[in-house]
Design a protein around this ligand. Structure first.
Ligand code: GDP
Length: 202
């Protein structure tokens, strides 16, 4: 059963997004920001013909000032440990224990394009091979139409990838995100570029 990791700053809306995507209150939403320090797995039955089920993996958020040093360590320690594990092979569903991610979503706040912490997280994530990765701009409901266009453009330019806008509050963009998730987890992970052919000296 594939595991899809959600990575993002504390309070960016990861748990709310998991709730909204699954339409059940499966994910714990933290009342105080920066509270989720453990790695939480949520099993979701999709019943889709190419993806029957998956785990959402909610990782500790990074970069929340009030969480301080302990929070930064929880992120770095758990995250690197988790990303260091092998992805589950296709086989009978297990409990997911001991396995690492098949794919990852970087969740960013639509309102704050180009935050250095998010750019760093993206640089790190996109180097984790083999891993299918995508970016989601959360809380899009907080922006006006004109602001959305501008913010998404800045996000896409600074990360150099398409960004899927969503709102856990209004449900906007969730269908497109599910489509993206199914694509991510069913396509082969982005392959390493083929070695460039050696040009014989001329
Ligand atoms: P996490 O720390 O990343 O898991 O963040 P939470 O899911 O706990 O959300 C943090 C805060 O942002 C909560 O007060 C949520 O109600 C709020 N929030 C989350 N998603 C949205 C959204 O799409 N729109 C709006 N307006 N608020 C949101």
């Amino acid at each position: 059963m594939p595991q899809l990791a959600l990575v993002g700053r504390s309070n960016v809306g990861k748990s709310s997004l998991i709730n909204a995507l699954t339409r059940a209150r499966v994910a714990r939403t933290a009342a105080a920001a920066g509270k989720t320090r453990e790695l939480n797995l949520y099993a979701v039955e999709l019943g889709h013909r190419s993806l029957r089920s998956l785990y959402f993996v909610d990782l500790p958020g990074y970069g929340y000032a009030r969480g301080g040093h302990a929070s930064a360590e929880a992120f770095a320690g758990l995250t690197s440990m988790y990303f260091g594990r092998p992805a589950p092979s296709s086989g009978p569903p297990g409990d997911g224990g001991g396995y690492g991610p098949t794919g990852a979503l970087l969740i960013v706040d639509a309102r704050h394009p180009g935050l250095p912490q998010d750019l760093n997280a993206w640089a790190w994530l996109s180097q984790q091979q083999p891993l299918a990765v995508a970016v989601v701009a959360a809380k899009i409901d907080k922006l006006s139409r004109a602001e959305r266009m501008r913010a998404l453009r800045v996000w896409e330019t600074s990360l150099n990838v398409p960004v899927t806008p969503v709102s856990a509050a209004t449900g906007e963009g969730l269908e497109s995100l599910w489509t993206r998730i199914i694509e991510l987890l069913t396509s082969s992970p982005h392959p390493s570029p083929p070695p460039s052919p050696r040009q014989p000296p001329s």
